[in-house]
Each structure stands twice: as structure tokens, then as C-alpha cells.
Design a protein around this ligand. Structure first.
Ligand SMILES: [Mg+2]
Length: 231
């Protein structure tokens, strides 16, 4: 294996378990807003509807049909509407509360902590994440992984977004790393991996669901535990 000096990690879905943390957040909201008393039979039923609406709205958001604000309250509003709760104010409130609670959740992807612990002292470790400073910092602090990283490069700070080369160049400059001694590790093939390849990094694609693709990452793993054996 090539000797790396710097590891660059993605955060959401690669180290920080976004899906599990999102579900935990919704479970909290379900209790705090007494949705049981409002006529929703149980949390899982509500969650299933939320996921459907969230996915559809994200698709519209990506295509530019709706704005971020609309996505944030409408996913709640539509999920509530499925249970005949017509309450726009509640949907707005839940949309805001969701964003406040989410980054304080602490679930990590399986083996994330072991991997970071294994790499500590062996490599300089950094993050490259498409997100906001405050949100990403809260996630790392609450989940106890902030201390592993030297440079934390967000979209907000670098004024760029993966897969664009600018954010990778910004990260190299900030960390004093060279692309050919660096490995980019992430779960999004067209964001982390494509971006990493184009910026001259070796790449490790974390693909837990074995999603088909046509890119050529340097490594591909189904579990972060496999990376421990590689690195
Ligand atoms: Mg990700």
C-alpha cells in the first residue's frame, strides 16, 4: 500500500450516523409535540411517512424546484397531513426544532471510533464536509470526535463544495498536505470520491449498501473496519 501522511474524512454518513441521528431527533420531536395525542398511532408509522416526504422534497430541492426553507417545514407538514393534522405553525416549529436537536445527537457509524483511534498518531487527520461551520462543529463535539482532527474544512469556510476542486485545494493548503500523500474517505461516490479523484487524491469509498457505480476509487469497503486493515 502507498504510504499516506494525511487522511481526509467526510463527516455525514461516513463517521457521523446521519440517518440514525435524524431518526432519534424525530423520535424526540414525536414525544415533545405529543403527536400520539394528536392522533398519530405510533412513532414508526410517522417516521415512515416523514422519510417518504423528505426524500421527495430533497429530490425537488436538488433540482432547484424548492428552496431550503420550504424543504425544512414542508417535510413535517406533509407527514402531519398524512394523519389529518393540518397545522402549519406546528410544522414550522418542528422544522426549526429538528435542526436544533439534530447536531446534538451522538450516534456514529459502526467502527468509526475504532478507525479514528487506529489512525491517531499514524496520520494527520482532517475533515472535508459540505456543511455549515456551527452545525458540523456541534456534531463532532457532541459525538466526541472533534479532537481527532487537525483541519476542519467546511463549505462555509472554504466557500466551495465537494465535488468542486476548490474545497480540496483549500484543504491541502490549510493542512500543508500534498494530494499524492493524501487519502479522501467518504460515502458519496459523486461527491467525495469523484471530487477526490479530480483533485489528485487517492480515495476510499465507504459503500455499506454495495451501491453499483462506475467510478474507480483506490479502495472500496463495506465497513469502516476494513479500513483498519488497510491503513
Ligand atoms: Mg457523506
Amino acid at each position: 500500500m502507498k504510504k499516506y501522511e494525511h487522511l481526509f474524512f467526510d463527516l455525514d454518513h461516513t463517521l457521523w450516523d446521519f440517518d440514525r441521528n435524524s431518526k432519534l431527533t424525530l423520535q424526540k420531536l414525536f414525544g415533545e409535540y405529543n403527536l400520539l395525542d394528536k392522533g398519530i398511532p405510533d412513532f414508526e408509522t410517522f417516521y415512515a411517512q416523514y422519510v417518504i416526504h423528505n426524500d421527495r422534497l430533497w429530490d425537488k430541492f436538488r433540482k432547484g424546484f424548492i428552496k431550503r426553507d420550504e424543504l425544512r417545514w414542508k417535510r413535517m407538514w406533509l407527514a402531519l397531513l398524512d394523519f389529518k393534522i393540518m397545522d402549519t405553525a406546528l410544522a414550522h416549529e418542528m422544522g426549526i426544532a429538528y435542526l436544533e436537536i439534530l447536531p446534538t445527537q451522538t450516534a456514529l457509524v459502526p467502527h468509526a471510533k475504532e478507525l479514528l483511534e487506529h489512525c491517531k498518531g499514524r496520520y494527520a487527520m482532517h475533515l472535508i464536509t459540505n456543511g455549515f461551520e456551527t452545525t458540523q462543529w456541534l456534531k463532532m463535539q457532541y459525538s466526541g470526535i472533534a479532537g481527532y482532527f487537525t483541519e476542519i474544512v467546511t463549505s462555509e469556510k472554504s466557500n466551495s463544495m465537494k465535488p468542486h476542486a476548490d474545497i480540496f485545494m483549500y484543504a491541502l493548503k490549510a493542512s500543508g498536505a500534498l494530494a499524492n500523500h493524501s487519502l479522501m474517505i467518504g460515502d458519496a461516490i459523486d461527491i467525495d470520491i469523484l471530487g477526490g479523484i479530480n483533485a489528485g487524491f487517492d480515495t476510499a469509498y465507504y459503500n455499506p449498501h454495495n451501491a453499483p457505480h462506475e467510478r474507480k476509487p483506490t479502495y472500496e469497503v463495506r465497513s469502516l473496519a476494513e479500513l483498519i486493515t488497510i491503513l
